[in-house]
Design a protein around this ligand. Structure first.
Ligand SMILES: C[C@@H]1N[C@@H](c2nc3ccccc3[nH]2)[C@H](O)[C@@H]1O
Length: 449
């Protein structure tokens, strides 16, 4: 083990109630909203091929033209309660909201810069109504914060000269001030989701970032901070030089999912996902594949089956309204979650071998296993292998618990569950209530009544 001053300060999962609630959330909503939603991926009639929230980095759009979008920020259709209702209807149990993206525009009236909503035609704080609306809806709030800030004169991609170093010292103070300000103004926030931390300038700030993380955790005990915030003194990110996870959960799954439990190294983690291929901020013209609700439900089930949370991104328009495709997907996912959320909420890795029919999840501390089915076997038989000394006490469809299913032990600890789902068009869940196996060889299953 390498002696580290600014590596991880905790091994293993957090066991406190705040983190246990986070762990059981299963499904979350991401909100990317800011000035970039006004051009929506287009400038002077030309489409920007990258992610819409990165349009400022596009040479076709002069930086001053982007920066003066502040004078156009007047989201007359912004309705925080409506955004929270969409998340609620979808079955999201937490939301991550951009307070400041890479462009540096602040959705709260920060005292430390003039580049905020306070100096836009809108004038009012956006974060307070959002935090209050989601909190009222019973949805936990996490604040997204980009360290990289293209608007701040002190930002540097790397620190090469003494002048860089002096400028960056000012930037670091500004960053700390804004983070303390956010935690003070929005005490209901359960955590911070950091981004824009990959450049050398920030990676070199191991001591500063370590002390800042400690200061934030002291100010807000129980605060949830992921692995993307800081690097150790050898520049190692996400996992320190002893390969121990930094922060409270792994924040590396952006637009991708782990494939097996080995990929998540026994840690908590979240996957943040876009509906189109790669657009976080509002883009007028979604190109390429737009994920269907069934695909997104499958990603949610896969994430939970591997012990993580799935956080689906919404990019509200410049006027504050939510686009129709996003509203429709939220309702379709929500319809499924209303019937099946028992297989998602407070569930995690079941320990069972992956089978072709889909993903299995397990309630923490309860002997219930959920088989979330996406591929229906022509045989009608759903194979499941249980650990030794575990038997199936009862099996039924989550959607219709009166439908007790026939179970057959085809080999030791290997069972076929027979189910003919009513509908074949949507994923469905088979529940296994397990029990300790009595003497071996006894047929431990209920014949279909
Ligand atoms: C959660 C996502 N993270 C930001 C981002 N910027 C990137 C630059 C390079 C590679 C990946 C990136 N992700 C995206 O703009 C979005 O906020």
């Amino acid at each position: 083990k390498i002696k580290l001053k600014h590596g991880s300060h905790r091994e293993g999962k957090r066991t406190d109630a705040i983190m246990q609630k986070w762990r059981g959330n299963g499904l979350g909503q991401f909100i990317h909203w800011g000035l970039y939603a006004i051009p929506g991926g287009e400038w002077n009639g030309k489409q920007y091929n990258g992610a819409a929230e990165w349009i400022r980095s596009w040479n076709e759009m002069p930086k001053p033209a982007y920066d003066s979008l502040i004078y156009k920020f007047n989201p007359v259709n912004f309705n925080a309660d409506q955004w929270a209702a969409i998340a609620k209807d979808m079955g999201a149990r937490y939301v991550t909201i951009t307070t400041k993206h890479h462009d540096g525009f602040c959705l709260w009236p920060s005292k430390y810069t003039s580049y905020t909503v306070a100096n836009s035609p809108w004038k009012k704080d956006i974060m307070k109504p959002l935090v209050d609306a989601y909190d009222k809806a019973g949805i936990d709030v996490i604040l997204y914060f980009s360290i990289m800030d293209w608007n701040h004169p002190g930002w540097r991609y790397d620190i090469k000269t003494r002048a860089d170093s002096i400028a960056f010292e000012g930037f670091k103070k500004f960053t700390r001030n804004q983070l303390i300000e956010l935690l003070t103004m929005y005490p209901k926030a359960k955590g911070l989701w950091f981004d824009g931390t990959w450049d050398k300038s920030w990676i070199k700030q191991a001591k500063f970032a370590d002390e800042l993380e400690a200061e934030m955790r002291k100010l807000r005990p129980g605060l949830i901070i992921g692995s993307r915030f800081r690097a150790d003194e050898y520049g190692k990110r996400h996992f320190d030089s002893n390969n121990v996870l930094m922060g409270d959960y792994e924040q590396g799954w952006e637009r991708k999912l782990p494939n097996t439990i080995a990929d998540v190294h026994g840690n908590d983690w979240d996957c943040v996902m876009t509906i189109p291929e790669n657009q976080w901020g509002y883009n007028k013209a979604w190109k390429g594949h737009i994920k269907t609700s069934t695909e997104l439900i499958e990603m949610t089930a896969k994430a939970v089956s591997l012990g993580g949370n799935f956080v689906l991104n919404f990019g509200p328009k410049g006027d504050g309204s939510i686009r129709d495709q996003e509203k429709r997907l939220a309702l379709e996912i929500g319809d499924w979650m209303k019937v099946n959320n028992e297989a998602i909420y407070n569930c995690g890795y079941s320990g069972l071998e992956k089978q072709d029919w889909g993903y299995s999840t397990k309630k923490t501390r309860i002997d219930k296993i959920y088989m979330v089915v996406f591929n229906i076997p022509v045989s009608g038989a759903y194979r499941v292998k249980l650990p030794a000394k575990t038997a199936i006490a009862k099996s039924y469809l989550l959607a219709d618990q009166n439908q007790v299913l026939k179970v057959e032990e085809v080999h030791t600890n290997e069972y076929f569950v027979y189910a003919n789902p009513a509908s074949q068009s949507k994923p469905f869940v088979i529940v296994l209530e397990t029990k300790k196996k009595e003497r071996s060889g006894e047929n431990n299953y209920d014949k279909a009544k």
